[in-house]
Design a binder for this molecule. Sequence first.
Ligand code: MN
Length: 493
Amino acid sequence: MTALDVRSARPDQLVSGDKGKWEIIVGLEVHAQVTSQAKLFSGASAAYGGDPNAHVSLVDAAMPGMLPVINKFCVEQAVRTGLGLNAKINTKSRFDRKNYFYPDLPQGYQISQFKDPIVGEGEIEIEPDGDDPVTIRIERLHLEQDAGKSIHDLSPSETFVDLNRAGVALMEIVSRPDMRSSKEAAAYFNKLRAIVRALGTCDGNMEEGSMRADVNVSVRRPGEEFGTRCEIKNVNSTRFMQQAIEYEARRQIEIIEGGGKIDQETRLFDPDKGETRTMRSKEDAHDYRYFPDPDLLPLVIEQAWIDQIKASLPELPDAKKKRFVSEYGLTAYDAGVLAGDSEASAYFETVAKGRDGKLAANWVTQELFGALNKGGLELSASPVKAEALGALLDLMKDGTINGKIAKDVFAKMLETGDAPGAIVEREGLKQVTDTGAIEKAIDELMAANADKVADVQKNPKAFGWWVGQTMKATGGKANPAVVNDILKKKLGV
Ligand code: MN
């Protein structure tokens, strides 16, 4: 690939070295664990956790004579993901052996797809915060097995091997080197995560390692050929990804400006130190001696099956975002936040159904997300369920409570998990629309503040004081519109 067939960075994305400007080039290889009960070539459980070596079949342990059998559901998941990435599905693909030795890989090779992956070229659109959308091309998606896990920290002198993960299906999604900043790389990863979660093909759980990225970083002077890249292995959060890219680009720029050369190598990011360090010199494909796995036939799938899967795809984040803008009148930003996560969008739609969509979005993105962030809670653990938040909006709409009291009620809902109606009842928070009670409060205020009555008649700005005092006198429960009307009449303003 030459520099010409890829986009150039925007001027504001260039990084300054001591001797001029540099462009950062990023490509991602994302490993996404396929959501499936069983492994890619065996019936053993693919569940996370479990006692060490409890989810290991004879195939996963590579016992002599065992034969792999393809899991059709994993193939379906890969096809579904490919369709979600607007990619070409290859009706004929093939599994290859990628040979290397590691104690947690008893076969001595990983079954992967090298020459003929199941999914070919695709593309997705990303919208980095505040920037115009950018299209990121996808080179391929292939299916492969995960390896087991070596555990080095249980004993000073021994390494333990847990094969529970060995043979679990992974989708490796390879992008083109189309990203030009750490921000774009994070936006791409997040978009990918939103898509696979919406599709139900990967749970996107980064703590459990369900999604991790190998990040390829290089630098070049604007308009020149790509430089030598380094690959940062197994980055499992977008925050670390951004730190790693920024550190790595800076490191490369310093080497090149100092007259040095970049060695193509595989590096690790150390989150404690915030830096990348050498892991091993980069191997090339030929080092793995790939060859077609003789235990597996070529994978041939029918177009009719692909069409059937396509017809069953759920609404994806981009389409959902557009619909939220047109159907509920949300801003593009709010729509993006809500549509980007299937749980958030389902929550929002439950609240918004039959109600004011914009108001619902405000409450979800501001009050609710704000409170959950503060408490370090996931949406699924929210003490306030969507139906309850909807009921709170209903209480405002029918005039039972005003907006200010609603915030107090919401705080109590978060605290207790109680229904809003019960809280309003229990705490006597019903809005006072009874004009008699409001008039009485105003009369008392006027009698006690004759000077201020004279003042407000000359100075309209003093009106706010009267509203505030009346609300205070009614415990914040008065209907603000009614208060305004009566005040204006009585004060003659
Ligand atoms: Mn891989």
